[in-house]
Design a protein around this ligand. Structure first.
Ligand SMILES: Cc1cc2nc3c(=O)[nH]c(=O)nc-3n(C[C@H](O)[C@H](O)[C@H](O)COP(=O)(O)O)c2cc1C
Length: 416
């Protein structure tokens, strides 16, 4: 189910196979026409609107943009539109690509204009077949178009649009892994610094933004920063695509004001829990973040409000579990996925996530001991920050958070 309260991201008239002409009739292309006259204004708008990166980090978009915009000209500059989307419970980017691919392309070109990128790679998970097909069709309608030409003229060199199916690995969504794959190598994350803005694809300055981040740009440019901020609740601006799943009556992707409460998302939009059962926990972000509990139902689902509570919005995925669900088993399942997804480059991640996974399985099957719990606690203290990318940190956040809220359940599962 898809509910679109605002037409900022998911325009109801956009459907797979829609022609460029019909998209234009819905206001598509107007933002680009405005931006080619004054590309620098787009960066200012993004700054004023405080648009955040919606791929999980919530990082202020303008900061990466400024770094790429200021990088010396002379080489190519790349923009990577990140549509790898492989984290459990997250299924928003595929919807944008399927339902409104022209908006994503326009958003990417607005970003390219703002930072001076002449090569735009749409990096999409090959398992998302409908997204790939919709984007391929839409891109064919942009290739050689007047609009593509405008951007090239404004940049002073032709802009190249290409579709790059990713490897499909979860790790391939990490931004530096994406750079490697686009260069034709296995998507192993790189060490940072240098950041992609300094040294990205083939050593060129590169901006990596998530599909949803870029999809926000056309409406933001058309209506302005004040309008954008007013779409959110309180200090949070814009709307958010929340992927709601688990034990709810109406799972789906909901576009709602950024800062909507967890209670409203679950009970007003998601129809409450299946069979009216009480809620036990919500895995946020997707599960590589923290757990929320019934005590958090009135928390605003935006980056800052969740951070203040020691939690994180991540991708905006909310996996709801009802009373009666075993937390240890569920955490063990997610950790198994992350351990399996580790690329194996960093020993701490490879062996750390595998060890956590093994110990959780032992505890879940009634074989665990106090010593296993102590080892898990030690790993939680030791591992964060030890990998090249964030994967191992995500596993620790999940485990740590589950200990904080459900330690008793772990204890009860130990071998008597
Ligand atoms: C293991 C891992 C997987 C990731 N997968 C994705 C992904 O599928 N899509 C995405 O946009 N960002 C993903 N990210 C975050 C990216 O590294 C990067 O922060 C993001 O693409 C930047 O876009 P944004 O600033 O618009 O959010 C992942 C990060 C990690 C550590």
């Amino acid at each position: 189910m898809t509910e679109s309260l605002n037409t900022n991201l998911l325009h109801p008239r956009q459907r797979v196979g829609d022609s460029l002409k019909r998209w234009r009739e819905a206001g598509g292309g107007e933002a680009l026409a405005l931006a080619v006259k004054n590309p620098a204004a787009v960066l200012e708008l993004v700054k004023e609107a405080d648009l955040r990166g919606l791929g999980g980090s919530g990082f202020p978009v303008w900061r990466k943009w400024e770094a790429v915009a200021q990088a010396p000209a002379g080489t190519d500059k790349y923009l990577v539109c990140n549509g790898n989307e492989d984290e459990p419970g997250t299924y928003k980017d595929r919807l944008l690509l399927e339902e409104t691919p022209h908006q994503v392309i326009e958003g990417a070109l607005l970003a390219a204009l703002a930072v001076g990128a002449n090569r735009v790679a749409f990096y999409v998970n090959p398992d998302l077949k409908r997204s790939l097909a919709a984007l391929e069709l839409a891109l064919a309608q942009w290739q050689g178009s007047e609009r593509q030409q405008w951007v090239g003229d404004a940049l002073g060199r032709p802009v190249v649009l290409e579709l790059v199916p990713s490897s499909g690995h979860y790790i391939g969504g990490e931004e530096t892994a994406a750079l490697e794959w686009i260069e034709g190598k296995f998507p192993f994350p790189r060490g940072k610094p240098p950041y992609p803005a300094q040294c990205g694809v083939h050593g060129c300055p590169t901006l990596v933004n998530n599909v949803e981040t870029l999809a926000n740009l056309p409406a933001l440019v058309r209506h302005g920063a004040a309008w954008f901020r007013a779409q959110g609740v309180g200090k949070a601006g814009g709307t958010k695509l929340y992927s709601l799943s688990g034990d709810v009556l109406h799972p789906g992707v909901y576009e709602l004001p950024m800062g909507t409460t967890l209670r409203d998302l679950i009970f007003v939009h998601g129809g409450g829990l299946l069979s009216g059962k009480p809620i036990k926990a919500v895995f946020t972000g997707g599960p590589s973040n923290t757990l929320l509990t019934p005590a958090d139902l009135d928390v605003a689902l935006d980056f800052d409000s969740l951070k203040e509570r020691g939690a994180a919005l991540g991708t905006g995925a909310m996996i709801v579990v009802s009373e009666g669900t075993g937390i240890v088993k569920r955490v063990a399942e997610y950790v198994r996925f992350f351990a399996h997804s580790s690329c194996g480059q960093c020993p701490s991640c490879k062996t750390g996530t595998a060890t956590i996974s093994r110990l959780l399985d032992r505890i879940d099957t009634g074989q665990g001991t106090e010593a296993d719990m102590a080892t898990l606690e030690t790993l939680c203290a030791m591992l964060p920050g030890s990998g090249r990318c964030h994967l191992v940190n995500g596993v620790v956040q999940l485990l740590d958070s589950s200990f904080r809220h459900f330690r008793q359940e772990y204890r009860q599962a130990l071998r008597p």
